[in-house]
Design a protein around this ligand. Structure first.
Ligand SMILES: C[S@@+](CC[C@H](N)C(=O)[O-])C[C@H]1O[C@@H](n2cnc3c(N)ncnc32)[C@H](O)[C@@H]1O
Length: 233
């Protein structure tokens, strides 16, 4: 297989542009984020290794990962707790001729991980479901509960923060990742960095941390024996 192309020689960008005309479409991941995680899989994974997505929403990352699955002769497993999001995304995939690459699971990642046995190592899991701390910790635990760990874990909304007092429901992908993987963790930034200058707080009291990347990729090779034990006081 020719692995020399960046984001499929521009085909991914063209497809993501076309989504803008699909009725009801709205995406939450940047084209750059999707291109960068795709390029990594093309460069480092083996043909046929499955892809996993947690959180399809209105299908942007699903379309990108379905294209990647086609390119890698693999299957994409897309997980979402929202039946309406699965139905919307399934229609979108059918419209673009990508439906044959994707298996949907209605539920959460821990439930999927407990039921699914992969015959080959998954190439990558994209974690982009609920962003509150306990859900991200549960998704991280779920990826280690799979019968074979994926090569890479990509996390979206790493830069997302909640202004004001701490809350259990606040997005905290950053805290969940670093607490779970421990102080030796090395992350690779992916996607667009939050704008410099005073943070712009939105109507949900959220903002992007200046200069922090939209997402990160973690190479799971050092974690084949699992996560480090939590530090004791
Ligand atoms: C941020 S959106 C995903 C955005 C999408 N990846 C994109 O590229 O636009 C989050 C999605 O995760 C779903 N979700 C929320 N909690 C979840 C959970 N615990 N497990 C799986 N999916 C969840 C929501 O229904 C929603 O569709």
């Amino acid at each position: 297989m020719d692995r020399s192309t960046a984001a499929f020689d521009g085909a991914l960008e063209t497809q993501l542009q076309a989504l803008m005309d699909y009725p009801g479409f709205k995406g939450q991941t940047s084209n750059r984020f999707l291109a960068e995680i795709s390029d990594l899989v093309i460069a480092k994974a083996e043909v046929g290794e499955p892809l996993i997505e947690v959180g399809c929403f209105l299908g942007k990352s699903t379309v990108a990962l379905a294209m990647l699955a086609r390119r890698m002769d693999a299957r994409l497993f897309s997980i979402d707790v929202g039946r309406q999001h699965i139905d919307f995304t399934a229609g979108m995939l059918a419209h673009y001729g990508l439906a044959d690459r994707v298996t949907f699971f209605h539920g959460d990642f821990p439930t999927f991980a407990a039921r699914m046995i992969f015959p080959t190592k998954p190439a990558m899991v994209l974690v982009d479901g609920h962003h509150a701390y306990r859900y991200v910790r549960a998704d991280i635990a779920a990826l280690f509960a799979l019968n074979d760990h994926p090569r890479y874990a990509a996390f979206h909304d790493y830069a997302l923060r909640r202004a004001g007092p701490a809350s259990e429901d606040a997005p905290n992908v950053y805290g969940a990742i670093h607490d779970a993987f421990g102080p030796a963790l090395s992350v690779s930034p992916v996607g667009i960095a939050g704008p410099q200058g005073p943070p712009k707080i939105n109507n949900r009291n959220n903002y992007l941390a200046p200069g922090v990347s939209e997402g990160v990729i973690i190479d799971l090779a050092p974690y084949q024996a699992g996560l480090p034990a939590p530090a004791t006081a």
